[in-house]
Each structure stands twice: as structure tokens, then as C-alpha cells.
Design a protein around this ligand. Structure first.
Ligand SMILES: *[C@@H]1O[C@H](CO)[C@@H](O)[C@H](O)[C@H]1NC(C)=O
Ligand SMILES: *[C@@H]1O[C@H](CO)[C@@H](O)[C@H](O)[C@H]1NC(C)=O
Ligand SMILES: *[C@@H]1O[C@H](CO)[C@@H](O)[C@H](O)[C@H]1NC(C)=O
Ligand SMILES: *[C@@H]1O[C@H](CO)[C@@H](O)[C@H](O)[C@H]1NC(C)=O
Ligand SMILES: *[C@@H]1O[C@H](CO)[C@@H](O)[C@H](O)[C@H]1NC(C)=O
Ligand SMILES: *[C@@H]1O[C@H](CO)[C@@H](O)[C@H](O)[C@H]1NC(C)=O
Length: 417
């Protein structure tokens, strides 16, 4: 390590960072004191003491108090990681106005509040903003309009309560929009479909209403393999791979995606909102999607035959909606599925319990009173009302339900055909 780097990570330092009495200005460019037991507040003149820092990592300590405004003096700061501490108060103007070289800002898992960034934030090079697990309120800050290179916007688990501004979708390099577990109301803006590089979208556990936009098939990363290019850089002969850790729930497990898995992950999580209307058939075009969760909404209409084209899908959760009709036989061909649920809808008829669908248990289908056959214990008998099978985009109707077929024959007979 060269003399202008100092890495004291993963030690057992305790207590506070000493307030320097004689203001020696440090020439350090890299300072890594992550994973220690540092507590109390940062010295107010922190930035004055380390004005040349390019990389500053304080993550995983137990630091308290506010982020000192003198941080604004570290004008060449490129990477700042303050995650997993107990920082309080608001994000500072001085930091977000002056540190215009910041590419990576991680303030997640603290107790910060107010707006995530002030309106006059000028983080012109920012690519990664991790701000999850805090108490941020209000809206997505318009200061981000000055950050055209933003790739990851992670604000999961805060208390945002304003609608998504449509200007957000002019940030064309966004690959991850993670806003799950907030109180965001309103419709999902159709401008979202301009983001052709979007890989992961998490709007779950909010108050979204209205329909699912039918233009999602405009997003090319969900249609053809497209690996995200994650930057790394060399500083003082050391290679840095900034974490891209984003959490995304698939197969009912919340995974942290980092590195290569992150760059390949694609998913849409709109679960636990008040979205209504039919599922747009264009979803069937998203052949590169790995995870889709529309559960716990008010979706109506039929289960789409076009889901059969989602060949990369590993997790499909449509449970707790108001879907009707039969389960299309074509879904038996989704061979990549590791998790699947259509439970608690109003589906009916015979479950096409064949091929890959046989790998799923009763729980994947339960809560649909008119659904029958294995793996449910309910036998298919004549008292199950027939459900016409609607296939989108095609005019043919499939007469593969025997009950429906016989009643059709009986009716034709009665009419004298
Ligand atoms: C911001 O940067 C300017 C120089 O560009 C400097 O004079 C000023 O002290 C800095 N502000 C803070 C709060 O650090
Ligand atoms: C924002 O920062 C850029 C340099 O990155 C500077 O040219 C510009 O004047 C700043 N804008 C404001 C409003 O401070
Ligand atoms: C589809 O994507 C292109 C860019 O890839 C964009 O210009 C266009 O506005 C998008 N259409 C919709 C309906 O969002
Ligand atoms: C900061 O340190 C933590 C713990 O050592 C590490 O996991 C993380 O990747 C570092 N952050 C950055 C941006 O390098
Ligand atoms: C879908 O989202 C709900 C909550 O929003 C979650 O409980 C469930 O585990 C998710 N399903 C899958 C298959 O990941
Ligand atoms: C559920 O579907 C059946 C027909 O399969 C219909 O008779 C019933 O009204 C539906 N229930 C609800 C709550 O939509």
C-alpha cells in the first residue's frame, strides 16, 4: 500500500475518531476505516483534516450524530461509503453541492431524514446512489436531474410519500430503480418505458394504483441479454470494485445481488400495491425477465397464454389478485420456473398438472374455489362452472374443457345444427 492510502478495515478500533487539536492537514487520498467499532460523532472538521480524499469508507461502524458540513471541503471525493452506521439528521448541502466528483454515494442503513438530496444538489457524475433503510420522506429529489449518469437509485425502505416525478425517466442510464417499501401513491408513469437499460424495477409495497403500463415491452434489457457494465477503478495501485449490492426478492427470498449476478439480474416487482385492470399481454415479450411479482394487487382478467414466452422466468408470483378463467396449458412449458404461485385468485377448471408445473405444490394453486384436480384435493366434477378460455391476440377459442365442450354440443343439438 502506498503512503497516501490507509486501510484499517475490519479491526477492533473502538471509541471516536479524535478531534485533531493542531489541525494537521492529511495528504491521504484513500481512507478505509470500515468495519470497526467506532462510535460517537465524526469530528466537525473531518473534511478540513482530509481534504484530498478520493475514497472514504466509514461503513459498518456505530457512528452517530450528523454528517459534518466540512465534508463539502473534500472536493475530489469520488467514493463515499457511510452505510450501516447511526447517522442522524439531514443530508447536507455542502456535501451534495461541493463534492461534484462523487460517483458512488452510499448512505444506506442509517437514521437520516428529510429529503434524500437538497434541490441544489450538483452531483454531476453520480452513478450509484444507495439510500435505503433510512427515514427519508417527501419525494424523489429533483436535484437528481443534475446526475444524468445515474445507474442505481436505491431508496427502498424509507417513508417517501409523493408520486414518482416523470422527469426521473429522462435519466436514461438507470438500470435499477428500487423504491419498494415506501408510501408512494399514483400511477406508474408510462415514461418508465423510455428506460431501455432498466434491469430491475422494485415498486413493491407502496400505494400505486391504476393499470400496469402496456409499454413495458419497450424496455430492451428485458427482451435480450444485456449485461450491465460495472465500473471499477485503480487508485494507488489498488483495484476498487464498488459494491453494487441491491436487494431484490425472488422465489420468496430477498437476495443481495452484487457483481456478476447483479449485472445479469432482471426483474419486476410490483407486488403489494392497488394496481388494477388486466395484465398487459405485452408482458409475454419479456423473454429475458428472470423474476416477475404482481402479487397482492387487484388485477383482473385472464391468465395470459403469452406467459409461455417468458423462457428465462425463474419466479412468477400472481397470487392474491382477482384473476379469472383457466390456467393456460402453455404454462407447463416454463421450464426455468423455480417459484410459481397463482394462489388466491378466482381461477377455475382443471389445473394443467403436467410437465414442469408438476414441480409445484398445492399452495401454488390454493384459494381458487373453482380450480380442481391435482395437486389440489378437489376432484374435477361437473359442478364446476365452465370457463371460456380467452387467448389474447388470436381469435380461436380452445374447446378443451370437456364440460364446456359437452354443453356446446348439447346446445347445438337443441338448436338443430
Ligand atoms: C465549497 O467549495 C468552495 C470552493 O470551490 C470552497 O470555497 C467552500 O469552502 C466549500 N464549501 C464548503 C462548505 O466546504
Ligand atoms: C455543478 O458542478 C459543475 C462541475 O461539476 C459546475 O460546472 C457547475 O457550475 C455546478 N452548478 C452549480 C449550480 O453549482
Ligand atoms: C420506447 O423506447 C424509446 C427509446 O428506446 C423511446 O424513445 C420511446 O419514447 C419509448 N416509447 C414509449 C412508449 O415509452
Ligand atoms: C466499504 O467497506 C465495506 C466493509 O469493509 C465493504 O464491504 C464495501 O465494499 C466498501 N465500500 C466500497 C464502496 O468500497
Ligand atoms: C412477491 O411479493 C410478496 C410481497 O410483496 C412476497 O411476500 C413474496 O414472497 C414475493 N414472491 C416471490 C415468489 O418472491
Ligand atoms: C368467481 O368465478 C365464478 C365462475 O368461475 C363466478 O361465478 C364468481 O362470481 C366469481 N367470483 C368472484 C368473487 O369474482
Amino acid at each position: 500500500m502506498s503512503s497516501d492510502s490507509l486501510s484499517l478495515t475490519d479491526n477492533l478500533f473502538e471509541g471516536s475518531i479524535p478531534q485533531s487539536t493542531h489541525n494537521t492537514i492529511s495528504i491521504l487520498t484513500v481512507l478505509d476505516i470500515s468495519e470497526n467499532n467506532l462510535s460517537r460523532s465524526l469530528p466537525t472538521n473531518m473534511g478540513t483534516l482530509f481534504p484530498r480524499l478520493v475514497y472514504f469508507n466509514l461503513s459498518q461502524n456505530i457512528l452517530q450524530g450528523t454528517i459534518p458540513s466540512s465534508m463539502g471541503e473534500i472536493e475530489r471525493l469520488y467514493i463515499l461509503d457511510l452505510s450501516s452506521n447511526n447517522f442522524l439528521g439531514e443530508m447536507l448541502n455542502q456535501l451534495t453541492k461541493n463534492c461534484t466528483q462523487l460517483v458512488y454515494l452510499n448512505i444506506s442503513s442509517n437514521s437520516l431524514q428529510g429529503d434524500i438530496l437538497p434541490v441544489d444538489a450538483n452531483l454531476t457524475r453520480l452513478q450509484y446512489l444507495f439510500a435505503s433503510h433510512n427515514n427519508f420522506t417527501g419525494k424523489i429529489p429533483s436535484g437528481l436531474l443534475n446526475s444524468p449518469d445515474l445507474m442505481i437509485l436505491d431508496m427502498q425502505k424509507n417513508s417517501l410519500s409523493d408520486t414518482i416525478p416523470s422527469w426521473l425517466f429522462s435519466l436514461s442510464k438507470l438500470v435499477s430503480i428500487l423504491l419498494g417499501h415506501n408510501f408512494i401513491p399514483g400511477h406508474i408513469p408510462i415514461q418508465l418505458c423510455q428506460l431501455s437499460n432498466l434491469h430491475t424495477l422494485d415498486l413493491s409495497n407502496n400505494s400505486f394504483s391504476g393499470n400496469i403500463p402496456s409499454c413495458l415491452n419497450n424496455i430492451s434489457s428485458w427482451k435480450k441479454t444485456d449485461q450491465i457494465q460495472i465500473f471499477d477503478f485503480v487508485l494507488n495501485n489498488r483495484l476498487f470494485h464498488p459494491r453494487t449490492s441491491t436487494s431484490f426478492t425472488t422465489k420468496s427470498v430477498t437476495y443481495i445481488y452484487d457483481g456478476l449476478p447483479f449485472s445479469l439480474m432482471t426483474g419486476i416487482d410490483l407486488s403489494t400495491n392497488q394496481l388494477g385492470g388486466d395484465i398487459p399481454f405485452q408482458i409475454g415479450d419479456l423473454g429475458e425477465l428472470h423474476s416477475l411479482n404482481f402479487s397482492n394487487n387487484l388485477l383482473t382478467g385472464y391468465l395470459l397464454q403469452s406467459f409461455q414466452y417468458l423462457k428465462s422466468l425463474e419466479s412468477l408470483d400472481l397470487s392474491h389478485n382477482k384473476l379469472v378463467g383457466r390456467i393456460p396449458y402453455e404454462l407447463t412449458q416454463l421450464d426455468s420456473l423455480g417459484a410459481f404461485s397463482v394462489a388466491y385468485n378466482n381461477l377455475s377448471g382443471n389445473i394443467p398438472f403436467e410437465k414442469h408445473l408438476t414441480t409445484f405444490p398445492e399452495e401454488s394453486f390454493e384459494g381458487n374455489p373453482y380450480l380442481c384436480g391435482p395437486p389440489l384435493e378437489k376432484n374435477c366434477s361437473m359442478d364446476i362452472p365452465p370457463q371460456p378460455h380467452r387467448d389474447e391476440g388470436e381469435s380461436s377459442r380452445v374447446l378443451d374443457n370437456p364440460v364446456f365442450f359437452y354443453s356446446f354440443v348439447a346446445m347445438s343439438y337443441a338448436l338443430g345444427f
